[in-house]
Design a protein around this ligand. Sequence first.
Ligand code: ADP
Ligand code: MG
Length: 669
Amino acid sequence: MSPALATRLARLGITRDADLLLHLPLRWEDETRITAIRDLRPGFTAQVQATVNEASVAYRPRRTLTVSVSDDGGDVLGIRFLNFYPSHIKLFQPGACFRFVGEVRGGFFGLEMVHPRFSKAGSDTPLPNGLTPVYPTTAGLGQATLRKLIERALVAPIEDTLPADWLDVLGLPALDESIRLLHQPPPDAALAELESRRHPAWRRLAFDELLAQQLSLARARAQRRTRSTRPLPPQHRLTAAFIAALPFALTDAQARTWQEISADLAQPHPMRRLLQGDVGSGKTVIAALACLQAIENGLQAAFMAPTEILAEQHYHKLAAPLAALGVHSTWVSGSQRKAERSKAWQAIAAGEVDLAFGTHALFQEGGTFARLGLAVVDEQHRFGVGQRLALSEKGDEPHQLMMSATPIPRTLAMSFYADLDVSTIDVLPPGRTPVVTKLVSAARRDDVLARVRDACLAGGQAYWVCPLIEESEKLQLQTAQDTFAALTQQLPELRVGLVHGRLKPDEKQAAMAAFKEHELDLLVATTVIEVGVDVPNAALMVIEHAERMGLAQLHQLRGRVGRGSRESVCVLLYENPLSELARARLKVIFEFSDGFEIARQDLQLRGPGELLGHRQSGLPLLRFADLERDVDLLEHAREHARRCLAAHPDIAARHVERWLGGRARLSQT
Ligand code: ADP
Ligand code: MG
């Protein structure tokens, strides 16, 4: 095999024969039949066998090779090529016989095919005895080459990695049979079932893929249990004092998740736990409790947030109540003054600080912890797997608590977080009034301005979220400043502030503090306020160009209001005309307030790959299985993975090797 070919195959993820076998067709074409030219219908793909009458090249309106052919019935078909070589012209000699496969069109001079596939063939050339596969491919790698390679790989028998009695129970066909059927379906194969991927052969592959994924995640998890770290058993000293000092009682859901985390910390293996809960469900106090359990065992904790605003807010909110318990905190950020930052790091390295808040600066810099026992990662979906890993290297296998307010549906969680333990806060604290969502056309912006004015003059506060401009940060900033200028002018009776990502940290902090202290009535903001910002008196939010935002983002933004006992309103301003997808998204955000339901709808609108985002790309995505369609298989795969690891490690090893091979060494998160 030439190096060029090997490179192209590698681009498709093919490095071994086993990968070729699993490179399955996108669709199939039926070349088992010849259609008479007289029976061709525009819009349908067909194969004809015909003889060349004449071939000619025209130069206007563009260079075109036109070949006129006719079949035994004497009917004529036009064949047109816009890209061709001189050799083509020579090939189509009058009297030469070909088979052409392509979509039929009604052309100006009668029926034609444009750029059909063709091969030289006489009437005695045998027809293929199965459907012809069409493979996903890449530039410079033709279907014919791929087909030949795969055909060759198919010569050897394919060993099944799973025992026959499992397959009987699951009602799935053998691997050999399934793979062959997909590459070379017989002419009478159920094409519709094949194309919708509900055919048993597809199900077998989907199951195998899911099983491989479950096995590798379960293995990562099992491996973690063989690594040891310092257990942090509950001492009930700081944690109990903290709970006693809270101005509210923990909800049942909080108490339950806290028990799970507390027990996990007491294990001698590094904890990797995801705490998920909707926006506003009260994850922060649970994280604080986890930190305290580490600290009461004499270790340090790190509390990492994705934005400076959020990191700082956590610090300001928690530092004082923690200091009252004798806990020393500090905070580290990328844009702190150098002297200040090195002072913070010194204290952390010397072990004078128990708890360090910060952004990713906490682990991207060279600083060290004297004795890091626990790392909390807030809004973990915003961090890459790599960043999470860097954090675990900061200490001697610290325990990790990851938090996410982007709840993902159970099937996705089962699939992609199977290496983590998951705790879920499933109810909101009491006394919340649900947020009323209103969809308002931008044409009625004036009415919205009046509403903001009234709300603020009545003692409330409001957010005005500027449109998201993904293409350009500069334009985004400009828009925020313009919006701020316009609103300052249009609402002269209000005190208006502005926060955006480009402000210096102390400016940002000053603006947020002023808003919190109610020195500002209206805060104009970019989506920097999307995560975690907590000002209960702000009960009105206006989001401009809501149609540009994703569902998760809208849900997070809306979660900034509805935090007090005041009736809260979120106004989504949209610009017409709306795209199909934008309309669907706005409908979902209007109809649903539960984050899990919104995530489920999002999954349906976008598919799992996008929902998890590139940031999760440290995990292998699924090629064949579909988490909506194949839920039943996922359940079986999970159960079989568990049994397989316990009783048949040899099967597990073989199966993972076949499916993931050298490709996906699962990162040990
Ligand atoms: P999130 O889960 O989105 O991070 P937070 O931890 O910021 O939510 O909590 C949102 C708000 O709810 C905060 O003001 C917090 O003090 C408050 N809160 C948390 N737990 C409770 C509770 N059990 N009862 C009442 N309020 C609570
Ligand atoms: Mg939070």
